[in-house]
Ligand binder design. Sequence first.
Ligand SMILES: *Cc1c(COP(=O)(O)O)cnc(C)c1O
Length: 361
Amino acid sequence: MNIRIERHPAPPPPPPWDKLVFGKHYSPHMFKMEWRDGAWHDPRIEPFGPLSLSPAAKVLHYAQEIFEGMKAYRNPQDGSLHMFRPEMNVARFNRSATRISMPNVDPDLFMRALEMLVALDGDWVPPKPGSLYIRPTMIGDEPSLGVATSATYTFFIITGPVGSYFKGGAKPLYLKAETDYVRSAPGGTGYAKTGGNYAAALLPILRAQQEGFDQIIWLDALTRSTVEEMGAMNICFVYADRVITAPVQPVSDTILPGVTRDSVGVLVRDFGLRWVETPPVLADLLRDAESGELKEAFSCGTAAIVTSIGRVHHLGRDVTIADGKEGPVTRRLRETLCAIHVGEGEWHPEWRHRVPVLRPV
Ligand SMILES: *Cc1c(COP(=O)(O)O)cnc(C)c1O
């Protein structure tokens, strides 16, 4: 399918790179197409602007929505633009779509849409440590209050520049192991990137932040004894010889299979440590932190990359991990990933997807 381009008549300049606020700035163009009568129609890039929706659109009532979060980076040497493992996001988007009873998007069309959109708004990709955040989204927009799969969909991609997630250096996180609420349960939608999962997490996260914690550690729904994720990121624990994290599909359907998590797993093995996917038992982790056997803990995801965890709270017990500062494995993973993102260093150049320059029209 051909993607047509309707250019913005007077694209505004991007905001100053040192004043970026996450999620608040949008590039001048968006990609859009609609699903009608069993097929996608009119794939196009057009000026960023509001959608037109019926108040009865299914997404507004029954949350038939999925999304992705990915980034494009600028190489400091030649200014070329790269996306990080975008094929992983495309594949995950379609797995989320299937779970939420939505049509899939042809991966080739999806990839061309990403390339064209990023190339067209290339001026909006900040230099490091900034990046262009990319948000593909699909909504069921059939106007009908019947609880059933929507007959129509809109797929769109918006982008926007973001700065470094942590201004003034990454402070190790203070986390609350959440024992009252759960994020996902076996048989649910935990592995899908769908808005409903986030809606359910808002209240517990707000409460934890009001109590003075940075974020929540989600525990498993059935026993509340093993660690699943942190907020909307995956979470890993570093021992002297291994790094452990919760397993994803096909072993468990409650964990969001992060692209960062997968990349960290490869790097951990490159660095000569074992990568162990087994449910981390919270009681063991706290005991090992107190004995000094647990060396480091970190969370990982596209938005904040790799972030050190300094202290964990569970049912009145407060445990500091090592000296509460970022450890060497966490730092090496963070620095290696950041270098790969912008195209520096020797590790895994195959993870960079170069954005082709748009032919002038
Ligand atoms: C997006 C997401 C992650 C991280 O995935 P990345 O692909 O690494 O960005 C982790 N957990 C949840 C719940 C998520 O939605």
